[in-house]
Write a protein of this length. Structure first.
Length: 172
């Protein structure tokens, strides 16, 4: 039996265990092979291994033209979050849930650290051969480089918007 005794700290039979939190960081260029397989970057594989994650879920992002790779525990948490916002007996909510779940695919890494991006998902994200992995804390985005370039801000715009969000003027 487990008891939560603090933020990310659990007690089991009087032994303390710290929850492992996944943090994927970085921008890594890669390529898919002719079959649509890609090597998950080693730095991301190490994070998965350290957290004990084996299963992954791949889905098109809700807002951007990219794919999102979810460790299974993160996927389950997000799915629970969505279900808590929806009413099961409301038609539009049921349709929303159906579409969200039906567009997801379970993927696994082979012995070499590769996974398959289905033709359907490659087409949805405009992926040909070149891809970019972006670590997004507890998920990994997979982009066609031309689509990623369209979403990035100039350094000036990024700095200005970052300052507005963080409200650095009032922080001092």
């Amino acid at each position: 039996m487990w008891w939560k005794v603090g933020k990310n700290i659990y007690l089991c039979n009087r032994n303390l265990y710290k929850e492992v939190r996944m943090r994927f960081l970085g921008n890594i260029e890669a390529k898919t092979d002719a079959k649509g397989r890609a090597f998950l970057p080693a730095v991301f594989r190490k994070v998965l291994q350290a957290s004990g994650e084996e299963n992954l879920v791949l889905r098109k992002d809700v807002f951007q033209k990219c794919l999102v790779l979810y460790p299974e525990s993160v996927w389950n948490s997000r799915l629970d979050m969505l279900k808590n916002q929806l009413r099961p007996w409301k038609q539009t909510h049921q349709q929303m849930f159906r579409q969200f779940v039906s567009e997801a695919e379970v993927v696994s890494l082979d012995g070499n650290g590769r996974f398959l991006i289905s033709k359907r998902l490659q087409k949805v994200a405009d992926i040909e051969q070149d891809i970019q992995f972006i670590g997004m804390d507890d998920t990994i985005e997979i982009w066609a480089p031309q689509n990623l370039e369209l979403t990035l801000k100039t350094e000036e715009d990024f700095g200005r918007e970052f300052e507005q969000i963080m409200n650095t003027e009032n922080a001092l």
